[in-house]
Design a protein around this ligand. Structure first.
Ligand SMILES: *Cc1c(COP(=O)(O)O)cnc(C)c1O
Length: 458
């Protein structure tokens, strides 16, 4: 591993952190060779070390940051909220930030999904959607519908329930004995195209496989859960939008709920505010395809505070509405609907309107895609792909070399002022929506040179 130099005070912080902080998604022993980077502050797309080094946050700090670090508008909203109400429980009480946020989000779905249930992290939102689906069927006299379908390579979070519908072996297998098994259906991942097949052909093939499963098992199935358009954590697997319309039609036909986990792909990441807005795809007769549940988190608070929510339909809401307490949805989290987090979300949504963000991102994406063309055509690169503000490609290396490649790439990237953390052999960019032209060019050029120097070792 290349030496990554740090000042003395930085390396002191690293030692203290390694003694006391157990870092997430990390084999701690790897920090014997992989750097741990102490960060002192952030500004715009950049994170700064206390030694003055800077890093372009090209993965939006795990896909949460939309409008940069220390964003003046979000900061101002939070400071204002801090002096009004930091938190109040949401059972029996309500407050302006949570009402306004719920109204605003419902309006963004044309009120198709008009009821918002809140939690703090993404995995909890997934748990809520799964529980609500099961409980809605149970209230309707169908308690036999208690199984779930997820897709190959799906990722829905790390809690026991969410992990049960996650198909990433590295995260799931150690806990296999604890998990309630789900059905795993073929992924519409466009990379599975056989000779002469388009991405849409793969989507139809996956939909056909899904239908075979539903034919056999639908009376026991509560819901199908999907990451629409991009299965991110498995390695940015992208599929044709027609799959979503197909999934909706099949769920209707076989009476199964449809859950869209938009925790990573929502909030404009794929080019529309909700990925599901692109679901009409190749079949224009379906003007809008809404699932029964949408899970949101990550970008919704602009990357400021933990906030997640599940949006659902009037039909689901009514399935719980009753004089009997036990027919209600009694789930809760202590920080449900936290006012500070909701204010951060409202400030984030206001920026979408004020800055015409989705259109501005189209121009930004075009520039970055053009600048990445040399990489797209590199002879050690396969499957260069892009949707909205997500870019990804696969390095041509042996399976055995993938995790070493990923750690080397991360280290080389830091040496080139980039925060990039490949998923195995898949290198991806998921930057905040504020890169200017110069930052786009820096990102593309340095990603290419980091790739060149990393792949040269393999
Ligand atoms: C990140 C993620 C989750 C889990 O969210 P956490 O806040 O990390 O619990 C669930 N689903 C998808 C698609 C995600 O990307």
């Amino acid at each position: 591993m290349d030496k990554y130099t740090q000042s003395e005070s930085q390396s002191d912080m690293v030692q203290r952190s390694l003694h006391s902080v157990w870092h997430p998604c990390t084999q701690m022993q790897h920090h014997e060779s992989v750097p741990l980077v102490p960060v002192s502050h952030g500004r715009g797309a950049w994170l700064y070390g206390s030694d003055g080094k800077r890093y372009l946050d090209a993965i939006s700090s795990w896909w949460v940051n939309l409008f940069g670090h220390a964003n003046p508008r979000i900061n101002a909203a939070l400071k204002d909220q801090l002096d009004k109400l930091e938190h109040a429980m949401l059972a029996g009480l309500t407050h302006e930030p949570v009402i306004r946020l719920s109204e605003k989000l419902a309006a963004l779905t044309g009120h198709a999904l008009g009821h918002c249930f809140y939690a703090s992290d993404g995995a909890s939102a997934v748990e809520i959607a799964l529980k609500m689906s099961f409980h809605a069927w149970r209230n309707a006299g169908h308690s036999e519908k208690r199984e779930f379908i997820c897709l190959q390579g799906s990722y829905h979070g790390e809690t026991i329930g969410a992990l049960a519908v996650t198909d990433v072996a590295l995260f799931r297998d150690a806990y296999g004995p604890l998990l309630h098994g789900a059905h795993v259906a073929m992924s519409p991942d466009a990379r599975a195209a056989q000779k002469g097949e388009t991405a849409a052909d793969v989507a139809y093939r996956a939909a056909h496989a899904l239908e075979l499963l539903l034919q056999q098992r639908s009376t026991h199935i509560a819901a199908l859960i999907i990451e629409p358009l991009v299965q991110c954590a498995t390695g940015m697997a992208m599929h044709d939008p027609v799959y979503l319309a197909q999934a909706r039609a099949l769920c209707d036909k076989y009476e199964v709920h449809l859950i869209f986990d938009e925790i990573a792909v929502g909030c404009g990441r794929t080019g529309t505010f909700f990925a599901s807005e692109q679901a009409c795809g190749a079949s224009p007769e379906t003007a809008a395809v809404w699932p029964d549940f949408v899970c949101l988190s990550k970008g919704i608070s602009g990357g400021y505070l933990p906030l997640s929510l599940v949006m659902t339909t009037d039909a689901i809401y009514q399935a719980f509405y009753d004089a009997d307490t036990a027919r209600g949805f009694l789930h809760s989290h202590s920080y449900t609907g936290n006012p500070l987090a909701c204010r951060a979300a409202l400030a984030t949504l206001a920026i979408f309107d004020e800055d015409d963000v989705l259109n501005a991102n189209r121009a930004r994406a075009q520039r970055l895609t053009a600048a990445l063309q040399p990489l797209a055509h590199h002879d050690r690169v396969r499957n260069f792909r892009q949707r909205g503000m997500i870019w990804a490609f696969d390095a041509v290396i042996d399976d055995a070399a993938a995790s070493r490649f990923s750690r080397r790439f991360f280290t080389h990237a830091l040496q080139n002022e980039l925060l990039l953390r490949p998923i195995g052999r898949t290198v991806y960019l998921m930057p905040p929506y504020i890169l200017d032209d110069a930052e786009c060019d820096i990102l593309a050029a340095r990603t290419a040179s980091v790739f060149e120097s990393t792949i040269g070792h393999e």
